[in-house]
Write a protein of this length. Structure first.
Length: 504
């Protein structure tokens, strides 16, 4: 075996109240693609940020090409030969391809940029990737795939030894991802070490040579990709023992046909670069779970159904009648409600009071001229504070003063005030304590018994199994199967995720 290009030993990093990396070992050989895998909070991003000088390490050693290194800033890491390409293309769209590749390190003479040399360096960098493009072209006029390649070319322009790719295919379609993998194989053949971070299992097996799995800040193991079955990889990522997954190699029997008429039905609902065309039906008085690993397309499907993103394929019907869902206003008019995955960014308004947050959607639906009276606002707020057991001194308390679980209940109260018929819950129990989780799950059960249709998304398989009557399983932004009542179990969900061929 060749000597490691990158050696990390005993890496440790803490934040207040959180041990993000706990004695992590990791190594990358020259001329290999090494996949770094793990669920949210596993420590992948922290490891990359320590390696690239964004965070200082608390303990441990890092060696690159046999030398101890201590990058204090991303510029230090870049000078050492470590280049990073992030999930979001971090370039300047109104500049040219060449300007982006050489930005911040343009050759100059007497204070003037030598544009001829800039373009020549850009041509050399893009040619190394097999790209035949006009480097004078404005970046915003290029496809997302070309922009991603430009970001990689920028990384290679500094004579990189180690290339870190953080979710590089998240915005690429299948053809564009295949083109990127062709480039990565070429770079691997030139001896470059590549760290590949992704949540797409198929892509891990297409391109990587080895896999390191992190979970809760610790290294679970290091594996040769060819020797690690998909099911075992999933088990390592989510923390299951081998004895728990022994019987999971066979897919579950086909689901039984549904008997009830769907309240909402989507046929071939999809969006290019987001999620493949997907069929979905939810009956009144039913909880349908969406299961899959991070990046499988769960949130993307929910956003399409609520009109946050506009679908470019498929049709949605409500009680058998076609509807348009080009924006959330149209979805709300159909009786839909949506609690987003990131409540802090897209859910709560922390500086407003509990009362103001609860009446927000209802007031918006009435328009600016039909305002709710202050007495009516207080009545609604007090009713839902009591009904959902929201722990707050009173309705005028700023929402920022409440715990995460109680903030989540306020978002639910906001939509329940609208009396919806379909409730889309995206990770409603994430980041809240066990007691608040139990209360939200009891609330879901009560709403289902009253005839509400619920689409439930959770990364916790136990919750999905416990709370859902049916489960739709997604992998790599496509539906791979559906489990009917009586078939739903963690074993069945994991088996569907692990299967090589997607079930259409």
């Amino acid at each position: 075996m060749p000597s490691p290009l990158l050696e990390i030993r005993g890496l440790q990093k803490s934040f207040p109240g959180v041990l993000a990396l706990d004695q992590v070992d990791f190594n990358v050989r020259p001329g290999e693609v090494h996949a770094l895998m793990g669920e949210n909070g596993a420590g992948k991003s922290t490891l990359i940020k320590v390696l690239t000088g964004v965070y200082p390490r608390d303990a441990g050693e890092i060696r690159l090409a046999g030398r101890d290194i201590l990058p204090r800033t991303p510029r230090d890491a870049e000078a050492l030969g470590i280049s990073t390409v992030y999930q979001e293309v971090n370039l300047i769209p109104h500049l040219s391809v060449a300007e982006n590749i050489c930005l911040g390190r343009q050759p100059t003479r007497r204070g003037r940029i030598l544009w001829g040399q800039v373009r020549q360096r850009a041509r050399v960098a893009t040619a190394r990737l097999g790209l035949d493009i006009d480097v004078s072209r404005q970046l915003s006029s290029c496809s997302i795939a070309i922009q991603q390649m430009t970001a990689i070319a920028r990384g290679l322009d500094v004579s990189a030894k180690l290339l870190i790719l953080d979710e590089p295919t998240s915005s690429l379609d299948e053809k564009e991802a295949a083109e990127l993998f062709t480039v990565l194989r070429k770079l691997r053949g030139e001896g470059l070490g590549i760290i590949f971070v992704t949540h797409f299992l198929n892509q891990v097996y297409q391109i990587s040579d080895r896999i390191t799995v992190l979970r809760n800040g610790r290294r679970v193991g290091e594996f040769e990709t060819a020797c690690l079955p998909r099911l075992s990889l999933i088990a390592h990522m989510i923390g299951k023992e081998a004895s728990e997954v022994e019987a999971m190699n066979q897919p579950p029997p086909p689901p039984l046909p549904g008997q009830a008429r769907a309240f909402v039905e989507a046929i071939g609902l999809g969006r290019a670069g987001s999620i493949a065309p997907t069929d979905l039906a939810i009956n009144a008085g039913e909880v349908v779970g969406l299961a899959g690993l991070l990046g499988s397309g769960r949130t993307e499907l929910a956003r399409l159904l609520f009109g946050v993103d506009k679908a470019d394929t498929g049709q949605v019907t409500v009680q058998g009648r076609p509807v348009r869902l080009h924006n959330p206003r149209q979805a709300i008019a159909c009786g839909f409600a949506f609690t987003p995955e990131d409540r802090k960014v897209a859910g709560v308004i922390p500086n407003l009071s509990v009362r103001e947050n609860i009446i927000l959607a209802l007031q918006a639906s009435r328009g600016v001229w039909r305002t709710l009276s202050r007495a009516r606002q207080k009545e609604l707020a007090d009713r839902f504070i009591a009904a959902l057991n929201i722990k707050t001194p009173h309705g005028e308390t700023p929402l920022r003063n409440l715990s995460g679980g109680n903030q989540q209940k306020v978002i639910l109260a906001r939509w329940l005030a609208m009396e919806p018929r379909l409730l889309i819950l995206d990770e409603p129990t994430r980041g809240i304590d066990v007691g608040a989780k139990a209360e939200i799950e009891r609330l879901m059960a009560g709403l289902r018994e009253k005839g509400m249709a619920i689409l439930f998304i959770s990364s916790e398989l136990e919750e999905v199994v416990r709370d859902s009557q049916r489960v739709i399983v997604l992998r790599d932004r496509a539906k791979v199967g559906e489990l009917a009542a009586g078939e739903v179990s963690e074993a069945a969900i994991m088996a569907l995720i692990a299967r090589h061929e997607a079930v259409q």
